[in-house]
Design a protein around this ligand. Structure first.
Ligand SMILES: CC(C)(COP(=O)(O)OP(=O)(O)OC[C@H]1O[C@@H](n2cnc3c(N)ncnc32)[C@H](O)[C@@H]1OP(=O)(O)O)[C@@H](O)C(=O)NCCC(=O)NCCS
Length: 161
């Protein structure tokens, strides 16, 4: 099975190209359609990856035995957290490449991220998910994220680690 030999490891700056693709996919799932090379022109989106990893950033990459990355999840405290409905806290970005979805990788990425984030001293993380993004909303509900309110069309959620 495709997921038999997956490796979960910490993300580094060398993963920025792959993480940028995941960011663009996640934005697309929210109805924001941009290309990776256009990211710098969209600061609201680019801030999720620009200069990764800052001192407090933490991320996980899922990859195959052949070192092909198939998913990523990371959190960072945004410079201007205009979305915060509770209080500013590191915000999640995540995604799994299309042909590897629905196999449990998103769930495993989350669990690995909780562990890594908690090891860096974080106690709570947040996210914003478009209300129509059913797969992501389903994943977060299954993982016991708590809904804190809305920011425009986004459900804002948080989870204690
Ligand atoms: C959201 C996403 C990361 C889920 O990853 P995944 O590896 O397919 O998820 P998993 O296989 O681990 O599924 C875990 C749970 O998520 C939910 N889920 C996953 N796909 C779903 C779907 N198509 N519809 C409804 N719920 C879904 C289910 O609760 C599932 O648990 P179950 O299999 O026991 O029913 C993936 O769909 C994705 O990359 N989407 C595009 C990027 C994105 O939207 N990122 C989030 C932006 S906020």
């Amino acid at each position: 099975m495709k997921t038999d030999k997956l490796i979960f490891r910490k993300a580094t700056g060398e993963d920025i190209p792959f993480m940028s693709q995941i960011l663009v996919d996640a934005a697309g799932a929210s109805g924001v359609n941009i290309r990776v090379n256009e990211l710098p022109a969209y600061p609201d989106t680019y801030q999720y990856i620009d200069g990764f990893p800052n001192r407090q950033d933490v991320g996980i990459i899922a990859e195959t035995e052949n070192r092909q990355p198939v998913g990523a999840a990371w959190v960072r405290l945004l410079p201007t957290d205009a979305h915060a409905v509770k209080y500013p806290m590191p915000e999640l970005t995540m995604g799994v490449v299309t042909e590897y979805r629905g196999m449990g990788i998103g769930g495993q990425l989350m669990v690995e991220l909780y562990k890594a984030a908690s090891e860096t001293g974080l106690t709570e993380i947040s996210l914003g998910v478009h209300r129509d993004n059913a797969p992501a909303v389903g994943l977060y509900r299954k993982q016991n994220w708590v809904e804190d309110g809305f920011f425009e069309e986004y459900i804002m959620m948080s989870r204690k680690l």
